[in-house]
Ligand binder design. Structure first.
Ligand SMILES: *[C@@H]1O[C@H](CO)[C@@H](O)[C@H](O)[C@H]1NC(C)=O
Ligand SMILES: *[C@@H]1O[C@H](CO)[C@@H](O)[C@H](O)[C@H]1NC(C)=O
Ligand SMILES: *[C@@H]1O[C@H](CO)[C@@H](O)[C@H](O)[C@H]1NC(C)=O
Length: 924
């Protein structure tokens, strides 16, 4: 069965189905993902309901009464209107015909005994004191002038004031509707100042208001500064008592005279915190202007300021839109929730080297990016859809008021930005836990900073716009701003009964949505590019140069066998190190390079890997001068002590690192330039199992099988077979999550993965570590079967395994091959001895040695301890029959406790070669 390399779409399909399964398995994450926005929306809806009930009280509605002074009545019978309302209620009424009020001065509260006159003080200054004095004397009349048939209308020629602070509007002036009296200011008040009350009407209903005299006094001050200081001191003194000022107003006439009228007025706000602080300023300006007019034209002249009245208005309702009010903070959290999900998923594959594993089994960068990105995008879109739908169904104005198309564009761009950001940041983290913790800190921190800091800047219209835009470069704040704009539109739309945000609103200069969309879109593309760049340069291990994208402008590499070997001709210098088998292999490689045949799946040509020195240590060749040709159908075993360079060699072959020099060809393709093509026909069983903990064994095999272009029944068959072969089929092991596997099971699964899809070249790095003998046997059978039409390179520390599986062996010490050949040859070449062991009492040690020396003089004693001795006997010198005879003779002469004769094992060869090479190394 020959498989073509899988196409882009096959790979994409494989990865997509794997991701789906993976997501399906992460039940906790999924449930949390869906529940979080749901719970939050429900919570907000409940809160909204609660607030609506609270607001559904008479305090937050236009005032109403039952007709004919009944206690209770139906809502429909009730008479409502401003005339039945108090000051707060009036705000909600429909007022087509607002009542008019005499304008009042704001007076400070003065402790004023019953029936006594209460002084209200005013300060003045000017350049010309005599002028100012005359004008000031005109301010307060000496007597009250009213027409008793219509007191309200005739009050304008008097100076009225009130201590009550003005409300939010002037539909019902608090001066007339509160219990405090209205004062008319005069130069002198009568001794018995009990005042009186006068009636007035609003919409046909009668009301009454107390009015009494207050003494208005003007005091001269030398300068404007004096006035200012005095006001400030009084303010400081009274602040603690909650009073604003004993002086209710002050005026500086500046350079005014007969021709010029120029004044500065200090006014008292109606209350420090009131919204319409200035509502009682007009009367004080009129007071001064009127006094000046009388100075010019005599006391008969009057400039009357008779009434103030607010504009008519329609009925309004007070609604607190909780989702819009809290939306900025809560919805930021909801949307940011996705970020840790994407990030941890990416970091998980990085931490467990699964990305590289997938790449080594043929997953190209294109499908990887498309599917991984697309997958998270789909996930995010579904999440956002749920969120918006939940919110809309629950009737949150935040969603229903604003144009859904704007919301879609905004959320869509943002989730793309968020995914790109996660891709970019995933290169920073190497551990899932760190990534998760950091991401959640980021999520909550961003929400809080947005809600309590950034929000503050947004509301402060004097805060420079450019700084806001700078802050919006941080994606979390851009998101916050967008949500904030939605909330503002929903609130204003709700209050004024108009629409929320619509497309034309985006061109409004106060609407920040347009700049947010632009910022996010630009960042999305930039982040995506940076993420791809980092991925290419750093993460995949393919070791692309930071300027890889310039490559297409360089000359194309000519990587064919011939060209290279032609260059090499003539420079055929052999370093004779006295290892004929290694030299022979080298010659074979050179021959192969001249006449390439497809039979040799792996050809290594003078492969070198040099690690430069660090921290003062000298640099080291991990692999040097490696020549190796592995034909198809061969299992080549690499033996070698730890640190000999086996793993460095495999890393180069599977594309994790680049060779320092030299080349290797897999199926005729150069590993330096065609790694991507090589991956499609390669299988790797890495030293450490690279598996998804939440996927089952079967799912792993299905995924890698699909990557290798297996389809339909061929795929199922291959998977079943491979599960059966590796003893993963019984007891439902195949459908258990790999995270629950024992070490041995994981190992077997890794081997199965490396073999699925008929790869032409397979690397197995210590495949049988941690396996019980039974599993190992079955693993061996699989490898024996598998090597028939492919080349396998296997590293192992088990000599038994090497002997059982490998057609040829190479012993690797200090970065180079010390010997190469099939196990028998090696044993013959390096062994060539029998090991003779005999145990006697210590008295007869000498006899034993003599006996052995009689067999052959070329004997070598290798071990000796209290009666037990071991000798090496050259094979060519001794016959086994002779040995038996000699032992029989010896037994008659003295007591032999035990004896034995053994052929050399591979282990002896290994130890010998390794020791020899290391000794050679230290010598040179
Ligand atoms: C000050 O004002 C009075 C009254 O208007 C005027 O008679 C007098 O000439 C003014 N004095 C100066 C120095 O302008
Ligand atoms: C008082 O007001 C009534 C009604 O507006 C008017 O007829 C009458 O002339 C007024 N009296 C004075 C003294 O102005
Ligand atoms: C104001 O000026 C007058 C005369 O120039 C002086 O006698 C008086 O002390 C001054 N008052 C203050 C408070 O400076």
């Amino acid at each position: 069965m020959v498989l073509n390399p899988s196409s882009f779409w096959t790979q994409a399909n494989a990865l997509f189905r794997k991701s789906l399964t993976f997501q399906k398995r992460n039940v906790k994450t999924n449930v949390r993902l869906i529940l979080f926005p749901l719970i939050l929306c429900v919570l907000l809806a409940l809160l909204q309901h609660f607030i609506d009930t609270q607001l559904n009280t008479p305090d937050f509605k236009c005032g109403c009464v039952c007709p004919n002074q009944r206690e209770t009545c139906d809502d429909s019978e009730k008479l409502c209107g401003i005339q039945y309302s108090d000051e707060t209620q009036a705000t909600f009424c429909k007022i087509p015909n607002p009542p008019e009020w005499p304008p009042l001065l704001q007076l400070q509260y003065v402790y004023c005994k019953e029936n006594q006159s209460c002084p209200f003080n005013m300060l003045f200054t000017a350049e010309n004191r005599s002028f100012a004095q005359i004008v000031s004397d005109n301010m307060f009349p000496s007597a009250l002038t009213v027409n008793s048939s219509d007191i309200m209308a005739s009050l304008a020629s008097n100076v009225l004031g009130s201590e009550s602070s003005a409300g939010t509007d002037s539909f019902l002036d608090s001066g007339f509707t509160s219990a405090l009296p209205v004062y008319y200011l005069q130069t002198q008040c009568p001794q018995n100042n009990s005042g009186f009350s006068f009636p007035y009407q609003i919409e046909g209903i009668n009301f009454e208001q107390d009015i009494r005299c207050g003494q208005g006094i003007n005091f001269w001050r030398n300068s404007s500064d004096d006035i200012n200081n005095e006001l400030y001191q009084i303010y400081e003194r009274n602040n603690s008592e909650g009073r604003i000022n004993e002086i209710f107003s002050a005026v500086d006439f500046l350079n005014s005279n007969d021709d010029v009228f120029d004044v500065t007025v200090w006014y008292m706000p109606t209350s420090i915190w009131a919204e319409n602080k200035l509502s009682r300023v007009p009367r004080s300006v009129n007071l001064i202007s009127n006094a000046y007019l009388q100075f010019l034209h005599g006391p008969g002249t009057k400039m009357l300021f008779e009434f103030v009245k607010e504009m008519p208005k329609s009925e309004t309702a007070y609604r607190l839109e909780i989702a819009s009010l809290l939306g900025g903070l809560f919805f930021t959290w909801v949307i940011l929730q996705l970020f840790p999900v994407v990030l941890t998923s990416l970091v998980y594959e990085k931490q467990h080297k699964l990305r590289i594993m997938m790449k080594m089994h043929g997953l190209g960068d294109g499908p990887y990016w498309m599917i991984t990105y697309g997958y998270f995008l789909v996930l995010s879109v579904i999440y956002m859809l749920c969120f918006v739908i939940f919110g809309s169904v629950l009737g949150l104005k935040f969603f229903t008021m604003n144009d859904y198309r704007i919301q879609f564009v905004f959320y869509f761009i943002y989730i793309n930005l968020q995914i790109s950001l996660a891709f970019m940041l995933s290169s920073v983290f190497s551990n899932v836990k760190t990534a998760t913790v950091s991401a959640y800190i980021g999520v909550f921190g961003t929400g809080l900073l947005g809600g309590f800091l950034f929000d503050y800047f947004l509301q402060d219209s004097s805060f420079p716009r450019k700084w806001i835009i700078c802050m919006e470069l941080y994606p979390g704040f851009a998101l916050y701003r967008g949500l904030w704009e939605f909330a503002q539109s929903a609130i204003t739309g709700n209050d004024s009964g108009t629409d929320g945000m619509r497309w034309p609103d985006l061109s409004d200069s106060t609407n920040g949505m347009k700049e947010v969309l632009i910022i996010m879109f630009v960042e999305w593309t930039v982040f995506l590019f940076v993420a791809y760049y980092i991925d290419q340069v750093l993460t995949t291990g393919s070791g692309k140069s930071p300027l890889f994208f310039l490559k297409r402008f360089q000359k194309k590499h000519l990587s064919s066998f011939k060209k290279l070997s032609i260059q090499r001709q003539g420079s055929k210098v052999l370093a004779h190190t006295g290892k004929p088998d290694v030299i022979q292999e080298r010659e074979k490689v050179e021959q192969l390079l001249l006449e390439p045949t497809i039979n040799h799946a792996i050809v290594c040509d003078d492969l070198k890997k040099f690690y430069p020195g660090r921290d003062g240590n000298p640099g080291k060749f991990a692999v040097k001068e490696l020549f190796l040709a592995v034909p198809r159908g061969e299992c080549f075993g690499m033996l070698g002590p730890n640190g000999a360079g086996k793993t460095s060699f495999i890393s180069m072959m599977i594309g994790l690192t680049k060779p320092t020099s030299g080349a290797a060809y897999v199926q005729g393709l150069d590993i330096r330039s065609h790694m991507d093509a090589i991956y499609t026909s390669m299988g790797v069983c890495p030293q450490h199992d690279l598996l998804w903990e939440s996927l089952t064994g079967r799912e792993h095999l299905l995924f890698y099988g699909r990557l290798k272009n297996l389809k339909g029944s061929a795929l199922t068959q291959a998977v079943e077979e491979s599960l059966k072969n590796l003893n993963l089929f019984h007891g439902g092991v195949a459908d258990k999550k790999a995270g629950k596997y024992s070490g041995g099971m994981k190992r077997r699964l890794s081997v199965a993965i490396s073999l699925i899809g008929d790869p032409k070249v397979v690397y197995m790095d210590e495949p049988s570590t941690g396996l019980d003998p039974a599993s190992r046997k079955c693993l061996w059978n699989v490898i024996r079967l598998a090597k028939r039409d492919r080349a396998i390179i296997l590293t192992t520390h088990s000599m038994e395994e090497a002997e059982a599986l490998c057609d040829r062996l190479g012993i690797f010490v200090d970065g180079s091959l010390q010997c190469i050949g099939n196990p028998k040859e090696l044993k013959g070449r390096y062994g060539g001895t029998y090991v003779f062991t005999m145990t006697t009492s210590s008295d007869h040690e000498k006899d034993v040695e003599n006996m052995v020396r009689q067999l052959t003089p070329n004997v070598n004693k290798i071990y000796h301890l209290s009666g037990t001795q071991k000798f090496e006997l050259p094979k060519e010198d001794v016959k086994i029959a002779n040995v038996f005879q000699a032992v029989e003779v010896a037994k008659r002469n003295f007591t032999v406790f035990a004896w034995g004769l053994a052929d050399t094992t591979l282990e002896d060869v290994f130890i010998k070669v390794a020791r020899h090479a290391q000794a050679f190394e230290t010598l040179s």
